[in-house]
Design a binder for this molecule. Structure first.
Ligand code: HGA
Length: 610
């Protein structure tokens, strides 16, 4: 959340900053701003409410020439989205700063600074940081030292980009709890919240570590670690294509990403299976040895990733025969918990920077979990670096705020994990071979389901004027119903809830009337007859049923019941197959409602703040 870009170059940087912000906009889009140091030592700041495109228009009207600058696209945590709260923040027209994160002791610092004569122009927590740095600069410290000293007074999380109007030769960056990378160019250097922002200008990156403070000049960088030691951090070359995060001919990133799922699955499976076996090193070289000892699994995640974890619980217990518990990270991290013996602790996060998930991982390590595993889409992310074992999903960049292909590849990862652990427990070689074959068939199955796009676009018309929707599933389809409900509410703003269908009569049935569409996920599995009884209960009360079922399910289209047929697969991969129509449904409802599909209101991707 919140995107930071900074540049120190021998050419004007405004265009680089604006393009970087455009590429980071998925991280926050309520306001944006940039500050460029112009000749003569004047800080030229432009800030606008709303999207980066508005900032670009504003800058086009007042071109900036400076070769040193910082920029920010905001997802507000403290202070409403408003121009005066947008970053960069300035102190006395001398120091300019952009920030991602939350300063937890901002109220105390603000009181002290007001008493010392600072005038605040925003309601953000961020502004205390720029004044604190300014005070150190006024004491005669160089910018790098001023940032270091000010940082000792901050509690909370931050990634910072800072410039001093009296020092055109330096850009300073700091990282504590929020991601930040340095881009290495020729005669120019950059900072950004992620590599995508900088791909048009470089493919060489230094990944800052927690507590690092960096000083960038045009010619080079120097980095100090949390103990104040000058350190060398490796320069890594990214193989991500510069256009990997472009929308192409698709109307929205979300639609593109839904359609990329067969490829994303194939890429995620690539190199992970041989013959009819999952390769032992799929989860790291020591994974097999560690998995042999595992007696239970705990999975912690947030949002969509949490739903993937819930599906995995069914697989882990039914297929692998290993006890599995699942919890949302924001709860887990603040709860006193019991660490099971010989337990594997698994975290799931698309970005690998999800603040709550990262904190939960640190908790788990401190409380004595045997082994930790991260399932993540971003190499070099904090989660990846801090876990014992890593599985990288190869979904490619996901830009739409509502996660689709990342979720799909997380499910693939979790099924592979079920096999990798299950073979030391309940799963025999024949079972493994069957699962491997199912996984191989998955890209083709998903492609078949994508052909339903047109049908679902028409179906979506029946949801546009509704205010609520109920999603029902049973067994491992219950988390899929939860994911369908989440997608719908995220992007169409229709209130949606998911229930395990057996729970209906314990309360939610009271909500059923002809204004409440009920979406049911009904593959042909052992729970079908039970689910059908639950659907009858809805029908009997005048509810409008929309049932996603495979061809074998004996269900008739009658008044009040619409059936959408999917190809029949195997119940082990049904969660993936039935996810797709629900994604498409949410997408088409949102398009018909005219919402901002890729950047829905109040949300942002990569939830790096608590
Ligand atoms: N707390 C700052 C930055 C917000 C942020 O990092 N969001 O992800 C603000 O509210 O401006």
């Amino acid at each position: 959340m919140c995107g930071i870009v900074g540049a120190i170059a021998q050419r004007p940087v405004a265009a680089i900053l604006l393009e970087g912000l455009r590429r980071l906009e998925y991280r926050g889009y309520d306001s944006a701003g940039l500050a460029v140091l112009e000749e003569g030592g004047r800080l030229n700041r432009v800030r606008t409410l709303g999207k980066v495109a508005r900032l670009s228009e504003e800058v086009a009207a007042n071109p900036l020439k400076g070769t040193l600058g910082i920029a920010h696209t905001r997802w507000a945590t403290h202070g409403e989205p408003a121009t005066h709260n947008a970053h960069p923040h300035l102190s006395h027209e001398r120091c300019a700063l952009v920030h991602n994160g939350i300063i937890e002791n901002h109220e105390t610092l603000r009181r002290e600074q007001i008493a010392a004569g600072h005038v605040f122009t925003s309601e953000t927590d961020t502004e205390v940081v720029v004044h604190a740095i300014h005070d150190e600069l006024e004491q005669g410290h160089a910018l790098i030292e001023a940032v270091r000293l000010a940082a000792t007074r901050l509690r909370g999380a931050y990634a910072l980009g800072v410039i001093d109007a009296r020092d055109p030769e330096h850009l300073v960056a700091a990282r504590q709890g929020s991601p930040l990378v340095i881009g290495v160019g020729f005669g120019e250097h950059f900072i950004a919240s992620d590599v995508f922002a900088l791909l048009p200008v470089t493919n060489r990156f230094i990944f800052l570590e927690e507590g690092d403070i960096a000083e960038l000049t045009r010619e080079g960088t120097r980095i100090w670690d949390r103990d104040g030691q000058l350190v060398e951090r490796p320069v890594k070359t990214s193989s991500v294509a510069v256009d990997a995060a472009e929308r192409g001919a698709y109307r929205h990133f979300m639609l593109k990403e839904i359609f990329e799922q067969p490829q994303a699955i194939a890429d995620t499976l690539q190199g992970r299976m041989a013959g009819d076996r999952v390769l032992p090193e799929t989860f790291g070289n020591q994974a097999s040895e560690l998995f042999q000892r595992i007696r239970s699994v705990t999975i912690v995640a947030c949002g969509t990733s949490y739903h993937a974890a819930l599906v995995a619980r069914y697989w882990m217990e039914a297929v692998a025969g290993v006890p599995c518990q699942v919890e949302v990270a924001s709860e887990y991290r603040y709860r006193r918990h019991v660490v099971p013996e010989q337990a594997l602790f698994v975290t799931i996060s698309q970005s690998g920077e999800t603040a709550d998930t990262l904190a939960a991982l640190r908790q788990a390590k401190a409380s004595g979990y045997d082994t930790t595993l991260a399932i993540c889409n971003v190499p070099e992310s904090s989660l990846v670096r801090e876990s014992d074992l890593v599985f990288l999903t190869h979904a490619g960049p996901e830009i739409g705020v509502a996660s689709t292909k990342a979720f799909m590849t997380q499910l693939v990862a979790l099924l592979l994990l079920t096999v990798a652990i299950g073979r030391f427990h309940r799963l025999d070689a024949a079972g493994e071979a069957r699962l491997v074959a199912l996984l191989r068939s998955l890209p083709a199955r998903i492609t078949e389901v994508l052909a339903l796009d047109g049908v679902i676009a028409v179906l979506a018309e029946q949801f546009v004027d509704k205010h609520h929707t109920l999603f029902l599933g049973r067994g491992e389809q219950y988390p899929i119903a939860m994911e369908g409900a989440l997608k719908l509410k995220e992007i169409s703003y229709i209130h949606a809830e998911a229930y395990p269908a057996g729970e209906l009569k314990h309360g939610p049935l009271a909500l059923i009337d002809d204004q409440m569409p009920v979406v049911a996920v009904a593959p042909n599995n052992g729970l079908l007859e039970k689910l059908k009884s639950n659907l009858e209960e809805v029908r009997a009360r005048g509810g409008q049923l929309f049932v996603f079922a495979d061809f074998q399910v004996p269900l008739e289209e009658v008044e009040g019941v619409t059936v959408i047929r999917l190809p029949e697969t195997d119940e082990l991969i049904d969660p993936m197959v039935f996810t797709v129509p629900l994604q498409l449904l949410a997408y088409h409802v949102a398009v018909l409602k005219g919402t901002d599909v890729d950047q829905p209101r109040n949300l942002a991707k990569s939830v790096t703040v608590e």
